[in-house]
Design a protein around this ligand. Structure first.
Ligand SMILES: Cc1cc2nc3c(=O)[nH]c(=O)nc-3n(C[C@H](O)[C@H](O)[C@H](O)COP(=O)(O)OP(=O)(O)OC[C@H]3O[C@@H](n4cnc5c(N)ncnc54)[C@H](O)[C@@H]3O)c2cc1C
Length: 402
């Protein structure tokens, strides 16, 4: 029996380990186009960028582990095609490898911004260790970084850049930060925090193009005719799923490969996990593409259980975290279809939680420096119990007694 995993990122690396933990004795080939063994991306915009985490600390497992676990790890190697009829993949080395089970874990790539001046040098993105290295090499006092995109990656890099003394202008097309991923209370809170740290935030601002000096970007031209001077531009406007291989192979896709609760695609011999999937969201009765470590780890466990024939893991509540300055944000759930928002605690104290509810049931909780609210909110999300929102809004009532 042979399982081939395409993509040696967070999901691919976790799945290889899960298979062995579940007692899988067949051959495992783990193919990744990056030159590194699987590593974690979250620190790239946070601890590693600020110099708090060593490069070796990014690796999920040390290289010897793959040898000891008999995992055939192929780095710097791309899968270029899937031949579903023959159950084979074709590698960039021209090798043809046969599988009994194939798992796609190809992640996502940074969305590109193509505007007049995009061909200048000095543009940065953040997805890989090399991208992070290029950003880190520039961040120092006096360096003028412009960031396009007020999502988590943009805000985390802004926080790290300010901590290292660089100046930051952040441009966001929407009228608030985190518009796609968080509620307005959190958007306003993070705006205040970043402005207090000296980040100049330009929301509701459209980028028209770029100005250059000797072929290098020197400013962002805005739609109102003004120019923001800068030494480099980080484009952080989201990620698009690497589902090209799957689409070429005829697997069902819709903004990512469509999978079921076992992480199985429309071909029963092929699984898919992580950022590249459109996955079921059992608590919400819909599917969604999540880009988070807990989600890819859950799907890795689902796929490993299905491949090994072991017990199916219980569905988990989705969650996510972000670190900016001394703030720890933890989010459980997704604020779909919300009809009531309850803020527990005072944002000015930098310790509060925002509960998003539908018919008195928690759909999502966003907790700033408030782990108990996050944990209890997660339990409520799973239990679907109705909550007394008056007691919830009163921080004098301990969260466990709400
Ligand atoms: C800067 C940054 C910060 C983040 N912070 C957080 C956070 O705080 N919390 C959180 O929960 N999540 C965070 N995330 C998201 C998290 O890292 C991803 O959700 C997670 O890495 C997804 O794992 P994956 O295996 O799906 O994809 P990836 O880890 O991206 O791995 C995919 C791998 O597949 C490779 N690949 C693609 N195509 C091929 C091919 N044809 N052949 C071979 N290899 C291929 C890619 O090169 C890549 O190495 C962050 C992401 C980034 C970029």
């Amino acid at each position: 029996m042979t399982t081939i995993i395409v993509g040696a990122g967070h999901g691919g690396g976790a799945l290889a380990a899960n298979l062995r933990q579940n007692g899988y004795t067949g051959a495992i080939m783990l193919v990744g186009e990056e030159p590194h063994p699987p590593y974690q991306r979250p620190p790239l915009s946070k601890g590693w960028l600020k110099g708090d985490v060593e490069a070796a600390g990014l690796l999920l497992r040390q290289p010897d582990w793959y040898v000891d676990a008999s995992i055939d790890l192929r780095t710097s190697t791309r899968v270029t095609r899937i031949d579903r009829a023959a159950r084979q993949v074709i590698l960039s080395t021209d090798e043809v490898a046969a599988y009994d089970t194939l798992v796609l874990a190809t992640g996502a790539r940074a969305r590109q911004l193509v505007l007049p001046g995009s061909d200048l040098t000095g543009f940065l993105e953040l997805r890989t260790m090399e991208d992070a290295q290029a950003i880190k090499a520039r961040l120092r006092p006096g360096f003028r970084l412009a960031i396009i995109g007020g999502g988590y990656v943009g805000l985390e890099v802004a926080a790290s850049a300010r901590t290292l003394g660089a100046s930051v202008d952040l441009v966001e097309r929407e009228d608030r930060l985190l518009a796609r991923v968080a509620g307005p209370v959190l958007s306003d809170f993070f705006r205040g925090v970043h402005e207090a740290h000296g980040v100049r935030i330009h929301t509701g601002t459209v980028v028209a193009g770029f100005e250059g000096l000797d072929g290098h970007v020197s400013g962002i031209g805005l739609a109102d005719g003004s120019v923001l001077q800068c030494d480099a531009v980080l484009v952080g406007i989201g990620a698009i799923p690497n589902d090209d291989l799957a689409r070429d192979a005829g697997l069902a896709c819709n903004n990512g490969v469509i999978v079921d609760g076992e992480a199985r695609t429309s071909d029963s011999f092929i699984f898919a996990i992580g950022d590249m999937t459109q996955r079921p969201m059992p608590h919400y009765g819909r599917s969604h593409r999540l880009e988070s470590v807990p989600s890819v780890l859950e799907q890795a466990r689902q796929a490993a259980a299905a491949i090994c024939g072991t017990a199916e893991p219980k569905p988990e509540t989705p969650w996510f975290w972000s670190d900016q300055y001394d703030l720890k944000l933890q989010i459980a759930g997704v604020p779909f279809d919300v009809d009531e928002v309850v803020v527990r605690g005072e944002p000015m104290t930098r310790k509060f939680a925002v509960f998003h509810l539908l018919g008195k049931r928690v759909q999502a909780v966003e907790a700033i420096n408030a782990p108990p609210e996050f944990m209890v909110g997660r339990q409520w999300l799973a239990s679907r119990r109705e909550i007394d929102t008056t007691r919830l809004a009163d921080p004098a009532v301990p969260i466990k007694e709400v």
